[in-house]
Design a protein around this ligand. Structure first.
Ligand SMILES: C[S@@+](CC[C@H](N)C(=O)[O-])C[C@H]1O[C@@H](n2cnc3c(N)ncnc32)[C@H](O)[C@@H]1O
Length: 245
């Protein structure tokens, strides 16, 4: 591993293998950390996005599904079939265990890379992800894959921690991400570097207007942007155009 999380963003650094290994190592404490970091709000954001994206019977793909919570939210919102894909096997193990507890038809989970989806063109109605795209070095490649597998008129939804803007509460929010989260991460998950990587990855990510522009560049028509939780969570919803242009 690089000696500091910042070096993972240097040109030529191998960030994807680090991300894959790191999520594998924190899988057993991942859900608990999410609850502690967000005061339990993270489920509500996934439910909101699923309710805005999913229509009854949809085939939905949760890219970077982790322990499966967005996939389950899509199913609860009425999806007919949900596939969760992730490249960190231990995260998938937790997703499958939850699916088994909820009944075998809840969702299916498989190993896969969001930048090389093992799915045919135009085969899903919804492509969604929560807290993933910031971790993908080839973001353009991942959005191109989302576009490819979505049917014409299909919808993409992305939840992410955007680069923080300069609001009045910025010092407090920075304190939360840069000090409290790494401390909690060290105590709860025993993995200090994973939760030092988190604020660095946020600093290197895009603002909501920049991510909106990325979606448009990838060919999507933007439908809705919501910035929540004092600017620390952003939801983008967009559509693959219904007509071939
Ligand atoms: C912060 S977790 C989010 C998990 C889940 N989406 C959630 O809402 O809790 C990021 C997940 O994305 C996965 N991931 C990152 N890059 C990926 C890629 N290129 N392909 C597949 N999974 C990826 C990681 O393994 C990890 O499980």
């Amino acid at each position: 591993m690089s000696s500091s999380p910042g070096e993972l963003f240097d040109p030529g650094a191998e960030r994807a293998p680090y991300v894959r290994r790191m999520f594998g190592e924190i899988a057993s404490r991942y859900d608990l950390m999410n609850t502690l970091m967000t005061g339990g709000r993270h489920h509500a954001w996934r439910r909101l996005m699923a309710s805005l994206l999913v229509r009854p019977g949809d085939r939905a793909l949760d890219a970077g599904c982790g322990t499966g919570d967005l996939a389950f939210a899509c199913k609860a919102a009425g999806a007919g079939a949900v596939l969760g894909l992730d490249f960190a096997e231990p995260m998938l193990g937790h997703a499958r265990a939850k699916a088994a507890r909820r009944g075998s038809t809840a969702a299916a989970f498989a190993a896969g890379d969001a930048t090389r989806l093992p799915l045919p063109d135009r085969s899903v109605d919804v492509w969604c992800s929560a807290f993933v795209v910031r971790n993908i070095p080839d973001l353009d490649g991942a959005l191109a894959e989302a576009y490819r597998v979505l049917r014409l008129g299909g919808r993409i939804g992305v939840l992410e921690i955007p680069q923080l803007d300069g609001g009045l509460l910025r010092p407090l929010i920075r304190l939360h991400f840069a000090r409290l989260v790494p401390l909690l991460g060290r105590l709860i998950s025993g993995h200090g570097s994973a939760y030092r990587y988190l604020p660095v990855s946020v600093d290197h990510f895009l603002t909501p207007p920049q991510f909106s522009a990325k979606l448009r560049e990838a060919g999507f028509e933007l439908r809705e942007v919501r910035v929540m939780m004092l600017g620390t969570v952003a939801m983008h919803i967009a559509e693959r155009p219904a007509e071939v242009t």
